[in-house]
Design a protein around this ligand. Structure first.
Ligand SMILES: [Zn+2]
Ligand SMILES: [Zn+2]
Length: 111
């Protein structure tokens, strides 16, 4: 178990971005709910920028793999852009906007 980190109060969409903590992003729980038409990916964990607890749901349309698809399309690897949805108020965030305004990419291995 990793020690929970204290939430970092920072301005919304801080530029330059705060330090990205890959181990925080890697610790996120990723669950995939598969239906016939789409895959719903839920990423639950802490934001690698502000360490706030975040839960992000991403819907992927299922595209059937085609015969003769280009080589090098990867083996079911999907990049997902996750946006911070922490419940903290970050300075400068638009009203009703949750999170620190940062987003990051995770690679989902589908098998
Ligand atoms: Zn955040
Ligand atoms: Zn935050």
């Amino acid at each position: 178990m990793t020690q929970p980190r204290a939430h970092k109060e920072g301005v919304w969409q801080e530029d330059p971005k705060p330090t990205f903590m890959p181990e925080v992003s890697d610790a996120a729980k990723i669950t995939v709910k598969k239906t016939f038409f789409k895959h719903e990916v839920t990423v639950k964990g802490n934001c690698p920028y502000c360490f706030g607890e975040t839960e992000f749901v991403y819907s992927m349309k299922v595209i059937p793999s085609m015969l003769g698809a280009t080589v090098g399309q990867g083996h079911g690897e999907v990049d997902i852009t996750v946006a911070c949805r922490c419940s903290h108020e970050h300075e400068g965030a638009p009203p009703g906007e949750l999170g620190c305004g940062q987003s990051w990419t995770i690679t989902l291995q589908e098998n």
